[in-house]
Design a binder for this molecule. Structure first.
Ligand SMILES: [Zn+2]
Length: 352
C-alpha cells in the first residue's frame, strides 16, 4: 500500500468489541457454571443485552452452552483462536496464525458465526439505537478517523479519492481479514479499514488476504503500521515507445522500499489487482498526458526560452509529493518515463 493509516484507538466505536471481549474473558475463565448476566456481561452492555434479547443475548447464551459442552482440548482450540484472531498486526507479519471458522469445533463455530455475522453494518447490531448510544455510528468514527488521517487518496490503490468528514457519506470499511472466514473480529477496528469502493468490492472482495492463491501463508501490510521504516512504493515503465495504448507492448515494474517488504508488496499487488489497474489507467490516459506535456513545453519554451532540460527538471521536482493525490503515483511514473525518453526530447525540439 502507498501509505499507512494512523489508528485513532481508543474510540467509542470499539465499545461493542470490548463488551464481547469481556464476555469471552469471563467465559474462558470458567468461574460460573451457568450463563449469568451479572458475571458474563459488562455493566455498560447490560441495557443493550436487555433490549436485544434475540439478536445478542440468546446468541451469547448459545455460545456459552456450546463452550461448556466442549472437552478441554476443544476449549483450548477456541481460546487460542480468540487470542490469535484479535492480534491483527502479528497475523499480518506471520508471527501469529489466524484461525478460521472451519477450524473451530462445529458445535461452537455455528453460534459464534450467527452472532458475528450480524454485528457489522449501519443496519445491523452496530446501528441499533442502544448500541449507537454507547458506541456512536460508523460515520462518526469515519469523521474522527479522517480528521487524523487527512490524505484524500485511497492508500490501497492511489487511484480513487476518499470521502472526508465534511461529506454526507463515508467510504467502505473493509474487513481486512474477511468476516465470513475469521471468527471474533467483525467489529474489531484493527481489522476494519476505510478504503475506496473499487478496492473493497471489486479488487479485494472476499479474497483471503493472509493466504496466496495456492493456499500458502504470506505476510501482508498491516494498514496501521506505526513505524514504516522508510516505506515507499515506486513504479517504472518498460517500453520502447511512449505510446502505452497497447498493453501487450510494455511492462510495469512495481517496487518497494525497504527490500525486506517485497513479499508484503507482492501480496498487496495480488490482493488489490494493482498491476492490471495501474497499466489500464496508464494505457487509457497516457496519450492525453503526453500531448498536454508537449503543449506545456512549447508554450513555456516560446514564452520564457526554457530549454528542455530545465523544463524536465522543474516538472519532475513538482511531482515529488504527488503520491498523496488521486492518481499521483500513476502520473509521476508516466512523467518520469516520458520526460527521460530521448525520443520525446527530440520530438519536442523538432528533431523528429
Ligand atoms: Zn482504492
Amino acid at each position: 500500500m502507498l501509505y499507512f493509516y494512523q489508528s485513532i484507538s481508543p474510540h467509542n466505536i470499539e465499545n461493542l468489541h470490548s463488551y464481547l471481549h469481556f464476555f469471552f474473558t469471563q467465559l474462558f475463565a470458567e468461574v460460573n457454571v451457568t450463563y449469568d448476566h451479572a458475571h458474563h456481561i459488562h455493566p455498560n452492555f447490560q441495557n443493550i443485552i436487555n433490549e436485544y434479547t434475540i439478536q445478542i443475548d440468546n446468541k451469547l447464551e448459545a455460545i456459552f452452552n456450546a463452550y461448556t459442552g466442549l472437552n478441554p482440548a476443544q476449549k483450548q482450540i477456541v481460546r487460542d483462536a480468540y487470542s490469535s484472531n484479535i492480534d491483527i498486526e502479528n497475523i499480518c507479519n506471520t508471527s501469529v496464525s489466524p484461525v478460521k471458522y472451519a477450524q473451530l469445533p462445529a458445535s461452537i463455530s455455528t453460534p459464534i458465526k450467527s452472532l458475528y455475522d450480524q454485528l457489522w453494518g449501519d443496519s445491523k447490531v452496530l446501528g441499533y439505537v442502544h448500541v449507537v448510544a454507547s458506541c456512536g455510528t460508523v460515520k462518526s468514527h469515519f469523521n474522527d478517523f479522517r480528521i487524523v488521517n487527512k490524505n484524500s487518496v485511497c492508500p490501497f490503490c492511489g487511484l480513487e479519492g476518499l470521502e472526508c468528514e465534511h461529506d454526507d457519506g463515508r467510504d467502505d470499511y473493509d474487513h481486512y481479514l474477511h468476516k465470513s472466514k475469521y471468527p471474533f473480529i467483525s467489529v474489531h477496528f484493527m481489522n476494519l479499514v476505510p478504503m475506496c469502493h473499487k478496492c473493497n468490492s471489486k479488487s479485494k472482495g472476499q479474497k483471503d488476504a493472509p493466504f496466496n492463491g495456492a493456499g500458502n501463508r504470506r505476510p501482508i501490510y498491516f494498514p496501521f503500521e506505526g513505524n514504516p521504516h522508510g516505506h515507499c512504493i515506486t513504479l517504472s515503465i518498460n517500453s520502447t515507445i511512449t505510446d502505452l495504448g497497447k498493453l501487450a507492448s510494455w511492462t510495469l515494474d512495481i517496487n518497494c522500499q525497504p527490500a525486506a517488504n517485497v513479499p508484503k508488496k507482492d501480496a498487496w499487488v495480488d490482493i488489490f489487482n494493482i498491476e492490471k489497474r495501474y497499466k489500464a489507467r496508464l494505457a487509457k490516459d497516457s496519450y492525453h498526458y503526453k500531448d498536454k506535456l508537449l503543449k506545456e513545453y512549447k508554450k513555456k519554451s516560446s514564452r520564457n526560452g526554457f530549454d528542455f532540460a530545465i523544463f524536465r527538471d522543474d516538472k519532475l521536482d513538482d511531482l515529488d509529493d504527488i503520491y498523496m493525490q488521486k492518481e499521483g503515483i500513476i502520473w509521476k511514473t508516466f512523467h518520469e518515463f516520458v520526460l527521460n525518453d530521448p525520443d520525446f526530447e527530440n520530438n519536442v525540439n523538432g528533431v523528429i
